[in-house]
Design a protein around this ligand. Sequence first.
Ligand code: PRX
Length: 682
Amino acid sequence: MRLPCGCTTKYMATSFCRRVLASSYFGVLGRRGCNTAAFMPEAAGFEGVSGRAALQEFSVSNSESFWAAVARHRLSWIAPFHTVQDCDLSRGRIKWFEGGKLNVSVNCLDRHVHTCPERVALIWERDEKGSEVKYTYRELLEMTCRLGNLLRRHGVKKGDCVTIYMPTCPLAVASMLACARIGAAHNVVFAGFSADALAERIRDAQSSTVITVNQGVRGGKVTELKKTVDTAVQSCPTVQKVFVAMRTDNPVAMTARDIAMEEEMLKEDVVCEPAAMNSEDVLFLLYTSGSTGKPKGLVHTQAGYLLYAALTHRYVFGYHDGDVFGCVADIGWITGHSYSVYGPLANGGTTVLFESTPIYPDPGRYWDMVERLKISQFYGAPTAIRLLLKYGDQWVNKYDRSSLKTLGTVGEPINTEAWEWYHRVVGEGRCPVVDTWWQTETGGICIAPRPSDPEAEIVPGMAMRPFFGIKPVLMDSEGKVLPSNNTSGALCMAQPWPGMARTIHNNHQRFIETYCQPYPGYFFTGDGANRSAEGYYQITGRLDDVINVSGHRIGTAEIEDVVNQCSSVAESAVIGYSHTIKGEGVYAFVVLKKDVDIKEEDLCRELNNMVSKKIAKYACPDCIQFVKRLPKTRSGKIMRRVLRKVADCDLNSLGDLSTLDDPATVQEIIQGHSELLSKQKK
Ligand code: PRX
């Protein structure tokens, strides 16, 4: 007999299963009676806290008691923590659960294997439709242990950092968990990044070990990941070993440094002693873009990150045992880390690893997968929703979506049309849509419609309510907290939470300057937000020079650095502009050197190739406009505000141009823009 938690009766007598069954039973009571402890078993000891609103309030005002109780309940500890938190946001000091020792892979695997070994942990939705592969918790633990032993045998030690350059697949998850098992940090680099971008991240992380695959397969196209690694490591003297897994049957050239991963794993034992890690030891680095040309390696640590990913996964999406969680993000981004891997696995859930694209082999791919895998929670990006909306309802309606309970979005604001379509067509008007706001820096979801009350009102296109323990504030331009509703300002967090990033690898000063100094005592997110009359948050977008292309973050300075390396270019200004599918597109205004005699089309091609080679394809400009000069203030600063308005065809509100050195530049640029538009229309 199969139980609701996915186990067979054989394993029923275990304490874990009893807890699962008990909590789902109480879940029903909780809905009826609004009993706090029933809704959130962790809250059982909070005297006098009755109801979900009170619990939310308690989690913020009694943050230490809240997080201590949750940490004890949710995580398995080797040694208990003695100090819940030791944080000083003004100095960038963030420490949680000190004294505690644990192993993240044990929390994600062993404890579920002990109770429900045959429960499915991963469903790998391979690029080739209909060829999904399932891995039980037992199988994933075995794979992780073999790999952990292999890495250890090849000299990877506690404290080392392993770079993982792989598509979304079970071996990538096992690689992350194997690092966690032996105490090494991982640095997953999105497999769409170029050799140069990969090399920069390997060097900054000082990795001596890289894990990759022979080739990637996505949308039916093969990418040469091993060759990209070969090119990258030429400029990475630290790299000693490259582990190569086989995603396709095509052999690749191997050097003395390369190790055939699967073959070698077979020789290893299926038991691997887990390292006892301190709560604040590094779990992973993840590089993301900031407002300078250099990406920053945000550092997440063990206990706080895992706890926060698990708790948000459970409560924001209403994940219950037996559900199938479908997050379609790539593991190269934070969403893949927190909601394809760590959150669901810490909760003993079944998680989908999506290797393909929303339109391969056709625009019904997501919904075909929902039907086939019986996905309960689907978590995707607004850009994909906007794209699929254009293909029409028939691609959705073809498939049975009755398994769906919750729909989520992340990465960028979702416009009302896309939200309505997602809700009405995909969710048949019966699944709540949760627009979740968070960042690489926050580790997990911070603002989302229903963290505490599964029946609370949801307003389309709004992230709405803070998660447990999260205290958002809006700041005015003078750095003062805006106390009332119906207002907008810079979004900051007034108190620390366990999931937040601890530092920037090798550059704590940059961490302090970026996040802690702009509003002393607060964590600055870099985003702007509105707070409605009802107190709900709506994110308006970045306040810095970071743009969000199809939900992928990129600093305009990074693109400018590449464009400016072209021998024909004198200078450039890159900005984001509204794009109907991507949310934001990349617009480059480029000034050529004198006497450059190359056709504009050829130059555009060259610039695109350069960006693709140095960064990634997604960062390539959608529009390149050659201009004689850029609009600059008398002090020489480029007036980007004006460029954004021109690119968005918003010429009625160009604002004050009196500080421009020569206001005539603006007219030239407007003229050039309209010529470009009419050329594109033809
Ligand atoms: O601008 C916000 C936007 O994405 C940024 C974070 O990007 P990244 O670190 O790559 O993480 C993306 C996935 C968590 C934020 O600063 N963003 C994220 N979610 C939303 C959003 N903007 C509006 N609404 C959201 N729900």
